[in-house]
Design a protein around this ligand. Sequence first.
Ligand SMILES: C[C@H](N)C(=O)N[C@H](CCC(=O)O)C(=O)O
Ligand SMILES: [Mg+2]
Length: 362
Amino acid sequence: MKITAIKVGKVRIPLKKPFKTALRTVYAAEDIVVKVITDEGVIGFGSAAPTAVITGDTQGAIVAAIWDCIAPKIIGMEADRLEELMAALDGAAVHNTSAKAAVDIALYDLFGKIHGLPVYKLFGGYRREVTTDLTISVNSPEEMVQDALEAVAAGYSELKIKVGTDAELDIRRVKAVRQAVGPAVKIRLDANQGWKPKEAVRTIRRMEDLGLAIELVEQPVAAQDLEGLKFVTDHVETDILADEAVSGPADAFRILAMRAADLINIKLMKAGGLHNALKICHLAETMGVECMMGCMLESKIGITAAASFAAAKKNITRADLDAAVLLAEDPVLGGVAFDQNRILLPEAPGFGVEDVKGWQEI
Ligand SMILES: C[C@H](N)C(=O)N[C@H](CCC(=O)O)C(=O)O
Ligand SMILES: [Mg+2]
């Protein structure tokens, strides 16, 4: 079965409320949706989330990379020659990880559909469901307490609290949330690069002294500052998770070799898709480092792909795959189902994605 066409479109999905981090404020997910089509009419669906402040990829850049570099390589290839397809994808351009992720996701969806296998089984089938946290945007302590209480009432037992705008205020934010939700709720923090290394150590140690029981702190310092990240990891008790510091397997290798972080956050948009996520996961497992599966602000296509991978692999012990529930609408037909904090994997072939409502071809 040959790949005969790649179609690219976009879909804009408003958020239930603004999503605020130390890096950006977002009001809508602006997904790029890709359809890889075969001569027998089978369609693989993929998607990309333009997150320029993290990956450098804008909507325009993603579309251009697919049209100019990836599509000319992929069209005409056999749809089930995955190894050759992934080599073509990686060789099509350097960087451009979101464009590669969109096509990689579509190719795995296609492969699963051709062979009648859900992708979570294809990658190892370790679990049939994944538990996700819910992210609390960085706001005033009062607003964050309100959001945290609503999240717990909605069934979330793990909260990812955004911090990183002001270390003193961050301590008050986390203290207020901990007091409000009680000791049973797991709290992880994401500073999105907002602190300097010594400031991060001071802040995390203060939280430790206050007994705030923080499970982990994600990306406390600038993405490129690996020495700073290691300094923080070496000087606090709390686990440190590398996010923006790890895009692809080569970054993961460097961080693992340096022992610069205790945990790694894999995201398909940073890694360039599932085939590179697999390399990161196995590198980390080899070094005894567990991974979280994370996401950008993306539609249920990307979340289904990420959840399929998280479910498949034993070494992925945490999931931050809440993007689809932060959206006010769900235009994707098929894919994962949500039951409070549980993400249930589809048993349909591929990712079980059938169509996307409101998809506008570019
Ligand atoms: C949506 C997810 N829970 C999350 O927080 N991801 C962020 C980046 C998302 C974005 O800015 O689009 C992260 O882990 O840093
Ligand atoms: Mg993060």
